[in-house]
Design a protein around this ligand. Structure first.
Ligand code: 26W
Length: 824
């Protein structure tokens, strides 16, 4: 009882320094005399890692001995960003490290900067998974993440002559945050054939034989909770040739080259993260990745369950598995295969276990993002799984037929197999049938999936199977780490650091909204964050921006549905308007900086055109002497998590302007408001709930509503489509060559003018421009603006990923936190 149980940090800065020096001299085999910043980063990380692994092991032991139910979060993406800063803050010893590093001659910021982002994700879905891991650990839930250890994360984006160029992201050169577990491996089978035989009792048994085998090797990453010793595990699988380094038989018989080729083919499986966001391309290697990861994870989960010696029917009392979108849906089939083929359970008993184990989260309604795999590909790669899918479908359709007799249309609509040419397996339908709960990620989105893409399933399974869990973000990284001064200021008004674990306590700052000193400090922090971003802009683009101008930010993946084209057309409109003014009139205008960032999928031609237009507009506007500081346009290269930590706290306005009904939730909208910025947005995704929380006066909404989108699209196709007159002038300017060769941007214009304007850019343009004018006026009233910002932050408590994870834990996973006894 006298043993204090908490993250055993460093006794003081001297103890920290001793560990750093020891790691420099022994682990890294360098001398302190030539210890540069990268060596300091390595040694500092190793020193903190030592602290973490002790708690990590204790956490695993505690969770095993307590025999409590665990959740396994299966995600093909984990967009973790940097680990060191987060580990220092979660352990609560950043100040110790800062002082210690200073003694050794380093600035802590420079040391933190050395770390390469862990960028194993595309965007929102991957970052959500990372926020969830932080909340699960911080709330002491027994939880593991399972993913793939890509050798290359999302590509690094370079902007060359205004165009995106992709460069490979080789991030594993030195990664102190992962632990290879060469003893934890699983053999994964592909291809081959299925034979059926009859066992002693006359039962048919399927045997999946032949094909090729690849080895999955586990790499573990510790996930520290905030202000708790709980340190959970993220297990990432890496692929390796099953025969070891080379196939020695081949090697010895002189087939050296082909033995190397086999090895490389195996390693290809976990080599690269697919860079498509919201676009499914049906590539065989992607399906291989999915099965490889799912099969290794399930083998691991089942192995752990079997150690408990419980009956199979208790599996769902011990194990919850969450499917992050449809990417891991094969897990449903794989668990059924393990239970029926390998463990000998009856089909119905097995299926009951499967359905009670899984939950499925949908993250998009875009039709081009919904996963479908051809039956032929399945037959070739996973022949036994295809048979099981057919059986799942058969029993499902039989139950539908019983409940809704003689409705052939219905059977066709809900069949897991799409009767197209070629036939396709619809993964979302398989995920729904194989789960006990299906959720969307914001209220509007959850309503939309129930009334559109999954409507029939609501009729079949009843409405209770479908639910909403509005997304959230971790306030540790997105407030405390990204905006330390604001976090400090909030602490003084909420009475301590508790708001970081109970974000609803933010509401206390609303009492200080009229406190002069508080407001002054608030404004100073925002300005300092903008100065910091201005320096980054100067260093990365060469453009000087005025930190007192209004900073207008849109950073997210580039996609037509997110409508960066609407933003840049609006910027051009502003530029043309400024140009038409007299110099005296111009002086009265509000200076603005338009900041863009985000990656385009390498094969997404239109998205790349949008990036090129933004850069071309920037080139003209930023060098126009008439304009000066009134308007600057910059595109920040290689937007990622660590850059988001600089950009987010520096915005005055951020843009969340998707066509209504297309953005499932959005999560950066939450980050910007939490950091004291306001939003211009459409009535889409979580913008709607943000409005409910902060109040209509504190958000700038515009544009058509989701319920009207279908009719508007229809009117474009069947009526005469006239482009908004202000937008027409923008097109004229582009087409007259104002921003370079008009041919370069022709696709963006014809999409709106001639191809039906699917994303309603013209329909929303007027309302968008007007709303920006309202923003200008609101910003001129700095006192009113600050009031809006403070009030909004005070009301953002709902959007913590802690609230979100608690909702999953209660409503879907049925798991409880495992409290950490201080006297343990
Ligand atoms: C198969 C290709 C593919 C790749 C990624 C399809 C779909 C995806 C993701 C589901 C796209 C994604 O990241 N969706 C985003 O999920 C966030 C977290 O829920 C939401 O906040 C975003 O609105 C949604 O676009």
């Amino acid at each position: 009882a006298w043993l204090k149980h908490q993250v055993s940090g460093f006794k003081d800065k001297d103890a920290f320094e001793t560990d750093v020096v020891r790691h420099v001299e022994t682990t890294l085999a360098r001398s302190m005399f030539n210890c540069d910043e990268s060596a300091a980063y390595a040694a500092c990380s190793l020193a903190f890692r030592d602290r973490l692994v002790l708690e990590w092991n204790r956490t695993q032991q505690r969770q095993t001995f307590s025999d409590s139910k665990r959740v396994y979060y299966l995600s093909l993406e984990f967009l973790m960003g940097r680990a060191l800063d987060n580990a220092m803050l979660n352990i609560g010893q950043k100040d110790v490290a800062k002082a210690g590093l200073a003694d050794l001659g380093f600035r802590i910021e420079d040391v933190i900067e050395q770390e390469h982002d862990a960028a194993l994700g595309n965007g929102g879905l991957g970052r959500l998974a990372a926020c969830f891991l932080d909340s699960l650990a911080s709330l002491n839930y027994p939880a593991w993440g399972y993913g793939l250890r890509y050798r290359y994360g999302i590509f690094k984006q370079e902007i060359i002559d205004g165009y995106q160029v992709e460069v490979p992201d080789y991030w594993l050169d030195f990664n102190p945050w992962e632990f290879p577990r060469h003893d934890v491996t699983v053999d994964i089978q592909f291809y081959g054939n299925v034979h059926k035989s009859t066992d002693g009792s006359g039962k048919t048994v399927a045997h999946w034989e032949g094909g090729e085998t690849v080895k999955a090797v586990a790499y573990d990453v510790p996930v520290p909770g905030y202000a708790t010793p709980t340190t959970n595990n993220l297990r990432l699988w890496s692929s390796k040739a099953a025969s070891g380094e080379f196939d020695f038989q081949k090697f010895n018989s002189g087939e050296y080259e082909s033995s190397v080729a086999d090895q490389q083919r195996a390693e290809t499986i976990s080599a690269v993260l697919y860079p498509n966001d919201n676009l499914e391309r049906g590539k065989e290697l992607r399906l291989k990745q999915q099965y490889f990861w799912v099969a290794a994870s399930l083998y691991d989960i089942v192995r752990r369950f079997k150690k408990s010696k419980r009956a199979w029917k208790e599996f769902p009392d011990q194990v919850a598995i969450q499917l992050n979108d449809t990417h891991p849906t094969l897990a449903v089939v794989e668990l059924q295969r393990i239970l029926v083929d390998l463990e000998g359970l009856e089909w119905d008993e097995a299926w009951n276990i499967v359905v009670n184990t899984f939950g499925y989260t949908n993250h998009t309604v875009l039709p081009e993002a919904l996963e479908k795999w051809s039956v032929g590909l399945f037959q070739h790669l996973l022949p036994r799984h295809l048979q099981i899918i057919y059986d799942i479908n058969l029993f499902f359709l039989q139950s539908v037929e019983r409940a809704f007799p003689n409705d052939r249309d219905l059977l066709g609509r809900v069949s897991i197999i799409e009767e197209s040419q070629p036939k396709m397996v619809r993964m979302a339908f398989l995920a729904i049938v194989g789960s006990h709960k299906v959720n969307g990620v914001a209220e509007l989105h959850s309503d939309l999936i129930k009334t559109t893409i999954f409507k029939d399933f609501v009729n079949i399974f009843g409405p209770d199977k479908f639910t909403n869990v509005t997304n959230g973000i971790t306030p540790r990284r997105w407030l405390h780490q990204a905006n330390p001064r604001l976090s400090e200021l909030i602490k003084t008004k909420t009475g301590g650091e508790d708001f970081l674990t109970d974000l609803t306590l933010l509401n206390k700052i609303e009492l200080s909204v009229n406190d002069k000193d508080f407001r002054k400090e608030w404004a100073e922090i925002k300005l300092a964050n903008k100065v910091r971003l201005a320096k980054h802009i100067k260093a990365s683009t060469g453009v000087s921006v005025n930190p007192s101008a209004l900073f207008d930010v849109q950073v997210k993946r580039i996609h037509e549905y997110k409508r960066q084209q609407l933003n840049i057309f609006g910027v051009i409109h502003r530029y043309l308007t400024l140009k038409a003014l007299t110099p005296d009139e111009r002086k009265k205008q509000l200076p603005r900086v338009s900041i863009f960032g985000g990656k385009a999928a390498p094969g997404y031609w239109m998205a790349k055109q949008i990036i090129h237009l933004i850069n071309s507009v920037g080139f003209v506007v930023n060098n126009d002497k008439d304009i000066g500081d009134l308007l600057k346009v910059v595109f920040l290269e290689d937007y990622n998590v660590s850059k988001a930590e600089i950009i987010t706290p520096a915005s005055d306005i951020s843009e969340h302007i998707s066509t209504a009904g297309t953005e499932a939730s959005g999560t950066s909208n939450m980050k910007f408001v939490l950091n004291g910025g306001l939003i211009i947005g459409t009535c889409d995704g979580a913008n709607i709930e943000i409005t409910r929380e902060v109040g209509e006066n504190n958000i700038f909404l515009f544009g058509n509503l989701a319920e009207d989108v279908e009719d508007l699209r229809h009117s474009h196709t069947y009526g005469a489509h006239t482009v908004d007159p202000d937008l027409a002038k923008v097109f004229e300017a582009i087409e007259s060559g104002t921003f370079g060769d008009q041919q370069d941007f022709a696709g963006m214009i014809t999409a709106v003018r001639d191809h039906g304007d699917y994303y309603l850019v013209s329909d929303d343009f007027h309302s968008y421009i007007e709303t920006h004018a309202i923003i200008d006026e609101a910003y001129r009233d700095q006192e009113g603006w600050i009031t809006k910002c403070i009030t909004s932050v005070a009301r953002m408590g709902f959007f913590s990923s802690d609230r979100c994870i608690n909702e999953y834990a209660e409503g879907i996973w049925n798991i409880e936190p495992l409290p950490v006894d201080k006297s343990d």
